[in-house]
Design a protein around this ligand. Sequence first.
Ligand code: WT7
Length: 651
Amino acid sequence: MPDNIDNLLTETRRFAPDAEFTASAVADAGLYERARADRLGFWADQARGLVSWEKPFTEVLDWSNPPFAKWFADGTLNVAYNCLDRHVEAGRGDRVALHWEGEPGDSRSITYAELTAEVKKAANMLEGLGVRDGDRVVIYMPLIPEAIVAMLAVARVGAIHSVVFGGFSAESIRSRVDDAGAKVLITADGGWRKGVVSPLKPAVDEALDATVHGPSTVEKVVVVKRGGNDVAFTSGRDLWWDDLMQEQAAEHTAQAFEAEHPLFILYTSGTTGKPKGILHTSGGYLTGAAYTHRNVFDLHPETDVYWSTADIGWITGHTYVVYGPLANGATQVIYEGTPDSPVPGRWWDVIEKYGVTIFYAAPTAIRAAMKTGRQIPASRDLSSLRLLGSVGEPINPEAWVWYRDVIGAGATPIVDTWWQTETGSIMISALPGVTTLKPGSAQVPLPGVAVDVVDDHGVPVGDGEGGLLVITEPWPSMLRGIWGDTERFVDTYWSKFGRSVYFAGDGARKDDDGDIWLLGRVDDVMNVSGHRLSTAEIESALVSHPIVAEAAVVGAADETTGQSVVAFVILRASQADTMTPEEAAAALRNHVAHEIGAIAKPRTVMIVQELPKTRSGKIMRRLLRDVAEGREIGDTTTLADTTVMQAIRVG
Ligand code: WT7
């Protein structure tokens, strides 16, 4: 994103913390000193202070065999107990855990006592269906309270959840079900999106259809009623959530599991066509989630109303909707629908309705709101807000300043939080009340986190220079592996600079103060609206269509979504004459939506005669990106056929 980079390098605005904010801030500058003086001791303090252990740990970190870390390994805990029962036992059962807002305007507020009771019943339900510790459960749901109940119930019985984003296709569900060997799948009839019920259950039926894909490992499908849409039921396999829940005993004792017991798998796109099942475990993950949620968001659980707009299908929904806020006993808002349903400004209505104080969203949504104009948020009362967060992609300084001025009344701190599915929790961010803010920069590693920017040989770059982002010391919420693929885990993250340095896949730059500015991915991974998409995965979806001979996909800079998907496709000779390029492009866009999900749909499909390749046959995506972004085409001297680009240009 070169436009963005220019913009970043010239940004000089600074926002010092407000004295009043600092006076009551959760974090203080001393955290950095304490972490620097004794990093492992610091993490041990966080783990003891923020998490309740059934059996206290004595060992903090075992890093004797990198990259296989063990944190707090001899301690035991139950993650769901930490998010639920302990708050009730401490007399906070009447505090609202979730203010849920449905898209059509229905709503429910659920206290910690009520949420605990639901999760206990759901845990009994899962055990009744034969789910045991270590079993995998796939969750494919809209953002409704039952989705969170399901995740916590899985965690409570020591099983492993794999949440599949509700926008993903049947194909995507099936590949995740198969990869994880899931025993149970929890879904809903449908959920509300953009003013209509978007069905979910049909995708599950298609995914599990034995006549198409062969038999699956899924024994039972539990269906929550939400959309009210008609659904097919497979007898012996499908069960209604409500029917099962009614039969369950109210009591369920949470058993403690080892700190390294697996908690969840979450699939994310990589450089190959096959998504990676990122594995997180219990004690370290929960420590990272709770610590970052408390300090980065300056959480005062007695008074704050926190809202992260993320869906539970992404890591932000896991760490900053489910585990972080609930472990910290926060009151939060969750909202089922889109920002502009039924009217533009629905998000701001939700903030006004619940008096949201802390708001966490993606730059793409901020830029979309900028486009529709400041009068929309200005007509709502947003005065409850006192802290704003950003995540998923670099936030350009203009959007940052607009966010602060228009949403934050020109006064709230903004935390630009860099992290990944793999890191489990925020790694780089300002601390509100402590850090002087720079729009466009994620700035500094959190206390306890060791980050650097290095050159191709792994040598740290100096201030004012750019390179590759790495994490140089293990951290509690780090991924523990890729499900079923240890080799890929080591190769992808821990081999570029040796087995104890984590390679993040992002380019970054240190400014003259040593602060970090993120510059986007350095691999063939795109970032569209803060979601990671793989060029290879979309290419393989395209070539699975019978009319396609060859395809190449690039991420092109996009004003609103950061990047957007642009595909270059060569049709099979037999097809080229029977369809217009427009018809072919439309068919292929729909095909990608069907194969992967609507989020992966190319913005543009260009039908071309040839693709630019090097003499060794490698597609030169750099040149395609030039075309997609309407730029002068760069150096073509390494092309096998230097006339190809001309053909693409005019073709
Ligand atoms: C990739 C991780 C972390 C939750 C959402 C995405 C990009 C994320 C930032 C930020 C610049 C960011 C990186 C990273 N990214 N946050 N604040 N500034 N870039 O999670 O799908 O695992 O994607 O998102 O490129 O590698 P994810």
